[in-house]
Design a protein around this ligand. Structure first.
Ligand code: AMP
Length: 249
């Protein structure tokens, strides 16, 4: 079965492969992006995927896509997950692991993948190791973006998203250029993600320090961790990212 639209199989969880315009890369890159919310993983993921041919697979995007489904069609588990997400907390390990397991075909895809936002706990990382092992797939690297906490808060609280095309802007560092110029060719309505509001940011950062940061050591021990400073603009960070990956090419 073929599903139309890049990442549609990931977002919808239906079996089958997406139709992607780009040809298969000479080798699939399979990586995880780590780092506090707001360090710019999504921006780097888009560029990396453009150059390496991989798909950006974000668990947060799966939940945001689920939000657009009519409430009567949402399962109780998804309704609870969306409620947790609004407050900035972490959705239960079991639900997220099931959701990724269901999408195992995306991890096998010849385009490769960049997992963004998963795993977020040691339990999730162990489950992912098991899923990858069963699929016979090995990770190439875990990119870990590092940034001072004050800067993280500034980046998150100024972030605004275009409701039509999903493009991300920043009120100070990357203001919106004006109507019709953010990729979809129509007027934009910018909004702030519910979990980018100050009370949710605090909860997300606490969850990151307590539950996700231990993954640095977990992947360091597997010899996969590549630390990349997320200071400065997207171009600078991207250059550092490619430098970090050169050793693994
Ligand atoms: P993100 O876009 O990655 O920042 O994810 C947005 C929100 O989705 C998070 O704050 C969590 O509520 C939920 N979420 C996404 N991925 C996970 C995960 N791997 N484990 C638990 N919750 C998650």
């Amino acid at each position: 079965m073929t599903i139309t639209g890049d990442r549609e199989a990931w977002l919808s969880g239906q079996p089958g492969c997406c139709t992607k315009d780009a040809p298969f890369p000479s080798r699939p890159w399979r990586m995880i992006l780590l780092g506090a919310p707001g360090v710019g993983k999504g921006t780097q993921a888009k560029r990396l995927c453009g150059d390496l041919g991989a798909c950006p697979l974000s668990t947060g995007d799966v939940f945001r896509a689920a939000k657009t489904i009519d409430e009567s069609e949402q399962t109780e588990a998804i309704r609870q997950a969306l409620q947790t997400m609004r407050g900035g907390g972490l959705v239960s390990d079991d639900l997220v692991i099931d959701l990724v397991r269901e999408r195992g075909h995306c991890l096998l895809c010849g385009h490769g993948f960049l997992l963004d936002g998963f795993p977020r706990t040691i339990h999730q990382a162990q489950a992912l190791d098991k899923i990858l092992d069963e699929l016979g797939v090995e990770l190439d690297a875990v990119l870990n973006y590092t940034l001072d906490e004050e800067e993280v808060v500034a980046r998150l609280s100024g972030r605004r998203i275009c409701r039509t095309c999903g493009a991300s802007f920043h009120m100070t560092f990357d203001p919106h250029p004006g109507d019709g110029q953010c990729g979809h060719g129509g007027p934009c309505e910018l909004y702030q993600r519910e979990d980018d509001k100050p009370e949710s940011i605090r909860v997300r950062l606490q969850a990151y320090h307590e539950q996700t940061q231990p993954l640095e050591e977990y992947y360091e021990r597997q010899g996969l961790l590549c630390n990349v400073s997320a200071e400065g603009g997207p171009d600078e960070v991207y250059t550092r990212t490619m430098d970090a990956l050169r050793f693994r090419m």
